[in-house]
Design a protein around this ligand. Structure first.
Ligand code: FES
Length: 705
């Protein structure tokens, strides 16, 4: 079984076992598990084969956005990443085109039709992630009624995938608390307000010109919701990348990986490689290591990773090689990933021949950025509705920024309904901007000169919004400019006659694991260094010999572990103490855990041709077909669509449209010349009977919990 049964951060709750059938064979799922996760947990990665060319199909987004994961559930095609396993469910692969189910022709069909319910609500919030929940709480506090809908089976959005402590401001957005725990707090708050209703597994399908929102409730009941105000907090979808082998099962989004590992506790791979050095890719690599999965390497096309340097450094120190100015050339294998080939690129991002390398892996994570899920907001504005957007649906940024923009938008929504919310402080808008900001300057690391007593060394040297270390020192020795928490914190050796006591609170709370504590009191020649680690306590033991590294992952030497401390107050952050020569003790920032051999390249690199590059995953249209049309003068995506079927598939053009635009760019066609296809009104596939309110023989409620 491919399940995680121990994790340094995530609780492993007991879950009832649920038998279900896969191709007639009985397998076991866990309660509350999606079909795709249950299949992965049983070692099944291929969910069917494409009707066009027989290519193996698996998951890509695990977020209901791409339709790659289609299976037949009791004979009905469903997205397996969105559908929960039910006891006795019969699941089959989709081999070729699904056949329409054999619906019994009832004598009087009209007797089976129900009226579609039309519900009026003051506020409809689409998306129960950090922004939606934060907005709802502000509304709840003011007695404003709101309905929150979310297509997942639990609230929290991407927060439920985050095991690390959050950056940002302690005061404003729970910085220093782990994402999974922030999700729990926000949900508890939402549930405490009687005016806030939640519909889970309920997806918005479209915003219509009569200002109604079509909602599919629990996959089987269609209702119209007419809100006075619509707030869209639907988050983001992952960008796709075009390269040969990009649709092999085993190539999927970093968010899908985090869903499998951190939400569903499934171990989908033994060895992975990552494309993209933004925060999503860096954090996914960290999550993999926490789950006991080897990370062979990470490529980033830019000369520097775009994510927070502390995330990058954490990964490098654990032993993951990070190749900047590199890109992926191909994922290799016939019906699953067996290796990845990467190359160095020049300053115009063109591959440099002779620099190719291949690495063995069974999974390739794509983490090349996010696009806002903003369609509902745009349509609502077009149809003259009072509508707001917050979080990633408004602008891609960190989840901490989404929490804060949600708070503000909650107040704005209340104000638009006539509630007196007072003035929304300018300071709040400024905080929102600070939390959204991209990483700033990287400065030279300041290593204190002292070699006596005990004191922390702050290894964070890039300007990012983050302040938890400044709130925990009992003697207030770590200071930050509260008007701009992007500026680096400073350690004061003494305040009011009090110095550092070595309590290690700052070491434990730093979200970037970028603070160590150096203690010269017992042995000035061989001081003790306390290093934070978010791995199981048993990973290291006193007496182990370990390689210690500087901030960026350069080895400094081999030292012995003196002690490993796991105390409740440190909230699952383990403190490892090593004794190291004073020559480099202050430079130590981390411990290498992953052996170097995990990153050895193959002896020869594996090549694939450009022809293999799929642009439209649903209809399996290759780059060459579209490029040829562009070269022949096509500028209208509708024409490309009609001639190739690109963007006509079940994902509703969500994954291929940006890639088609990229092909235009590669061919030198300016955006202004491209004619886009119209956005389809329905967000996902729905059985037609649902729109007619076709009764399914059971009295099923509207989804209120
Ligand atoms: S993997 Fe299920 S919709 Fe994308």
């Amino acid at each position: 079984m491919f399940r995680i049964d121990r994790h340094p951060i995530l609780p492993i709750p007991p879950r009832a076992e649920i038998p279900f059938l896969w191709e007639g064979r009985t397998l076991t799922a866990r309660e509350g598990e999606t079909i795709s996760s249950a299949l992965f947990a049983n070692g099944i990665r291929i969910f069917g084969h494409h009707p066009k060319d027989g290519a193996a199909q698996g998951i890509f987004c695990a977020n209901g956005q791409c339709s790659q994961c289609l299976v037949l559930a009791d004979g009905i095609p469903v997205k397996s990443c969105m559908e929960l396993v039910r006891p006795g469910l019969r699941v089959d692969p989709v081999e070729g085109l699904p056949v329409l189910p054999d619906v019994n022709a009832a004598e009087d069909l009209s007797a089976l039709f129900l009226d579609i319910e039309d519900i009026r609500v003051p506020v409809l919030i689409i998306g129960g992630g950090p922004a939606g929940l934060s907005a709802a709480i502000e509304l709840g506090k003011r007695g404003v009624e709101a309905l929150i809908i979310d297509d997942k089976h639990r609230l929290g959005g991407k927060l439920v995938l985050q095991t690390h402590r959050f950056f940002g401001s302690i005061e404003a957005v729970y910085a220093g608390t782990r994402g999974i725990d922030i999700a729990t707090r926000l949900e508890q708050d939402v549930r405490s307000f009687p005016g806030l209703r939640v519909w889970l597994q309920s997806a918005a399908l479209a915003v219509f010109s009569d200002r109604k929102v079509g909602v599919l409730v629990e996959g089987r009941k269609y209702v119209f919701v007419s809100p006075e105000v619509l707030l869209v907090t639907a988050g983001a979808r992952e960008k796709n990348l075009a390269f040969p082998g990009n649709t092999l099962p085993g190539v999927y989004g970093a968010g899908a990986f985090q869903t499998l590992v951190n939400r569903d506790l499934v171990k989908p791979t033994g060895r992975l490689f990552i494309v993209g050095g933004g925060n999503v890719g860096l954090i996914a690599g960290y999550h993999a290591l926490q789950a006991g999965i080897a990370v062979t390497g990470l490529v980033e096309v830019m000369p520097e990773c775009g994510g927070y340097k502390v995330h990058r450094d954490k990964l490098a120190r654990l032993g993951v090689p990070i190749f900047t100015s590199h890109t992926v050339l191909s994922a290799n294998g016939t019906d699953r990933v067996e290796s990845v080939t990467v190359t160095r690129v020049d300053e115009r991002f063109k591959p440099i021949p002779g620099t190719e390398k291949s690495f063995a892996c069974d999974t390739l994570l794509i983490a090349v950025g996010l696009d806002p899920v903003s369609e509902f907001y745009e349509k609502a504005r077009e149809f003259g509705m009072t509508a707001f957007a917050a979080g990633d649906a408004e602008e891609i940024a960190e989840a901490s920024a989404a929490i804060f923009s949600g708070k503000i938008r909650g107040l704005e929504v209340a104000r638009s309904l006539g509630y007196d919310v007072g003035g929304i402080s300018e300071e709040w808008y400024r905080t929102a901007e600070i939390l959204k900001s991209r990483p700033g300057k990287t400065l030279a690391e300041e290593i204190p000169a002292a070699e006596t007593g005990v004191f922390p060394v702050l290894h964070c040297n890039q300007e990012i919004p983050c302040d938890p270390c400044t709130a925990v020192c009992p003697n207030n020795l770590i200071e930050i400019d509260k008007t701009d928490i992007r500026l680096l914190p400073v350690f004061l050796s003494n305040r009011d006659g009090k110095g550092c006591t070595g309590c290690e609170k700052c070491v434990a709370i730093c979200p970037g694991l970028a603070i160590t504590m150096v203690d010269y009191r017992k042995d000035p020649e061989f001081p003790t260094v306390a290093i934070p680690l978010e791995f199981l306590k048993e990973t290291l033991q006193a007496g182990d010999s370990v390689v210690v590294e500087d901030t960026e992952g350069q080895a400094l030497g081999r030292v012995e572990v003196a002690a490993v401390k796991a105390v409740k107050a440190n909230d699952r952050t383990v403190i490892v103490k090593v004794r190291a020569p004073k020559e480099y003790a202050k430079k130590i920032a981390g411990i290498r855990l992953q052996p170097e051999k995990e990153s050895d390249p193959l002896e020869r690199y594996v090549e694939r041709t450009e022809d293999d590059t799929i642009i439209c995953r649903c209809e399996r249209v290759k780059a060459g077909e579209i490029r040829e049309l562009i070269r022949r003068g096509s500028r209208d995506i509708n024409e490309i669509k009609a001639l190739t079927r690109a963007s006509m598939g079940s994902c509703g053009a969500k994954t291929c449209t940006p890639l088609i635009h990229r092909l235009f760019r590669e061919e030198g066609v300016p955006e202004s010349e491209i004619v886009d296809q119209p956005k389809r009104p329905l967000f996902l596939e729905v059985p037609l009977g649902v729109f007619a309110g076709l009764a399914d023989g059971e009295e099923k409620g509207g989804g209120d919990e």
